[in-house]
Design a protein around this ligand. Structure first.
Ligand SMILES: [Zn+2]
Ligand SMILES: [Zn+2]
Length: 233
């Protein structure tokens, strides 16, 4: 069986509706639950049936059901590993749900960069996890026999407490770039010595790119109004 990637959320850290926001989009989502959007995350179902979550958002319960539904399974999809791109709120605020108060996990492999794991260990959220340090640009399998590899690609993104990575998921036939957050293309391309987005994606040998859609314009930033979306080019 081949590996399958499921997109579990497409919104910015706050999700839709966004706390503190009364814009038309958020108000519509309050009125109509079908317009709600989970913070960004994706799940990879390995060829051996193992489940690998990338990002731990506050929408974890809904995302675990969404993931099972997409795979045609009953119940919810409980991950066998978790990977984190960086330490901003929307990517980590579901970590606590793996602990005693909710899922009661132990020794759950948590893949992240050294600086992300260092920062998390100071925040008392590592109890349910077994830390697994990922080296940038080195391929690894999140579990033996899962049938795909992952590769963390460094990207510049306001790295206040720890660094940020995109993740390339490499299956037997196709590869996907998961880039939920970066600051801007100039910095990202410069970081990797690429002159265009297409060249960078070619260098990374990816077939599909899931990209940070960025803010629509700079006026969205001061009040932190509307969430941004991932786009599928
Ligand atoms: Zn971020
Ligand atoms: Zn809004």
């Amino acid at each position: 069986m081949e590996a399958t990637l499921t997109i579990l959320g497409i919104a910015q850290d706050g999700g839709v509706p966004h706390a503190g926001c009364s814009c038309a989009r958020c108000m519509s989502a309050h009125a109509d639950p079908s317009l709600r959007r989970h913070p960004v995350a994706c799940g990879v179902h390995g060829g051996d049936g193992s489940l690998h979550l990338i990002e731990a958002s506050r929408s974890l319960p809904d995302q675990m059901r969404l993931w099972a539904e997409a795979l045609g399974a009953e119940g919810v999809a409980r991950p066998d590993s978790v990977s984190l791109t960086h330490i901003h709120l929307g990517h980590i605020d579901g970590l606590g749900q793996f602990g005693k108060e909710v899922m009661g996990c132990s020794e759950m492999p948590l893949f992240a960069s050294e600086s992300v794991l260092d920062e998390l260990s100071g925040r008392s959220v590592m109890g349910p996890f077994s830390a697994a340090t990922v080296q940038a640009m080195e391929r690894f399998s999140p579990s033996e026999g899962c049938g795909f590899e992952m590769e963390f690609v460094p990207v510049p993104h306001r790295d206040e407490h720890a660094d940020t990575h995109a993740v390339v998921i490499r299956g037997p036939n196709r590869s996907v770039l998961f880039l939920p957050d970066h600051d801007d293309w100039d910095q990202t391309l410069h970081r990797h010595g690429a002159v265009s987005i297409r060249q960078w994606l070619t260098d990374l040998e990816v077939d599909i790119a899931l990209l940070d859609g960025s803010f629509w314009d700079a006026s969205e930033l001061p009040g932190g109004t509307c969430p941004r979306y991932l786009t599928l080019p």
